[in-house]
Design a protein around this ligand. Structure first.
Ligand SMILES: NC(=O)c1ccc[n+]([C@@H]2O[C@H](COP(=O)([O-])OP(=O)(O)OC[C@H]3O[C@@H](n4cnc5c(N)ncnc54)[C@H](OP(=O)(O)O)[C@@H]3O)[C@@H](O)[C@H]2O)c1
Length: 231
């Protein structure tokens, strides 16, 4: 747990993932700033979070730039197609900050990724925010998993990728707070693999007509892959 309270900006807080992430970390030692482009949404989200966590330090903001200016960590909980535009709006206030890419750049029928084969949503975001520390995280966890990160008795893994060690540590703590087992997969170039993994899981759940309470788990004899005691 960080000694000083970190401020987390959630851009796109009214969406499935933005709200799920915000709610899952609101009970811990974080200050949350919520932005959504629909101006009526953040206020009601703040209320809902406070109902679940009465002591939560959460505020709604009406500007992505101001929200990011105050933050230590910025979570872009928007479709990949919106990230370039938002990156342009926050670039000057995101310098040196950790920016989390949760996007899975999938096409409409989940048949393929929309990024180039040798790139990824996270690496594109790093190009658009060259002075920020982009970390891939939360893309391999479905929104439904945040209410129940232990699925069928096993704590879902949440894979993380990034180039900056301090940023990886900060995001690892956030992932743990959200209830998942953090697994650092590698540097930011591992993001394409993580995005393809989730495309595959979407394809499988869609093909089987299954719900989206699903995730990934590495089975390994080394117990550091299985941090939740008793699971
Ligand atoms: N859903 C999942 O289980 C899941 C899992 C892992 C990763 N992801 C990734 O998480 C991201 C969000 O997915 P989601 O399922 O939460 O989508 P969602 O429910 O549609 O939410 C997306 C949010 O982004 C906002 N947004 C869209 N375009 C915007 C723009 N140009 N400027 C500002 N805000 C904009 C939307 O606002 P409006 O409502 O006004 O359009 C909405 O609040 C995506 O990149 C997705 O690939 C999703």
């Amino acid at each position: 747990m960080p000694i000083t309270k970190q401020t987390i900006a959630v851009i796109g807080a009214g969406g499935n993932m933005g709200f799920a992430i915000a709610k899952s970390i609101a009970g811990d030692n974080y200050r949350l700033l919520l932005f959504d482009r629909a101006p009526e949404k953040p206020g009601s989200l703040t209320e809902k979070i406070k109902q679940a966590h009465p002591g939560a330090d959460v505020e709604s903001m009406d500007c992505a730039h101001d929200c990011s200016w105050e933050a230590d960590i910025i979570i872009l909980a928007v479709p990949h197609g919106a990230e370039k535009e938002i990156a342009g709006k926050i670039r000057d206030v995101a310098t040196q900050k950790v920016v989390i890419s949760i996007a899975n750049p999938v096409d409409e029928d989940f048949s393929k990724l929309t990024t180039e084969p040798d790139s990824s949503a996270a690496e594109e975001l790093q190009e658009w925010l060259p002075h920020s520390r982009v970390v891939k995280a939360f893309n391999t966890t479905f929104a439904a998993d945040f209410e129940q990160p232990v699925i069928d008795g096993k704590q879902a893994d949440a894979f993380i990728a990034g180039d900056d060690e301090e940023a990886l540590q900060a995001v690892t703590a956030l992932v743990e707070t959200a209830g998942f087992n953090p697994v650092v997969a590698g540097d930011l170039s591992a993001s394409g693999t993580l995005e393809r993994m989730q495309l595959l899981l979407m394809q499988i759940t869609t093909r089987n007509n299954d719900n989206r309470l699903a995730g990934w788990k590495i089975l390994h004899s080394n117990h550091r892959y299985h941090r939740l005691h008793g699971v």
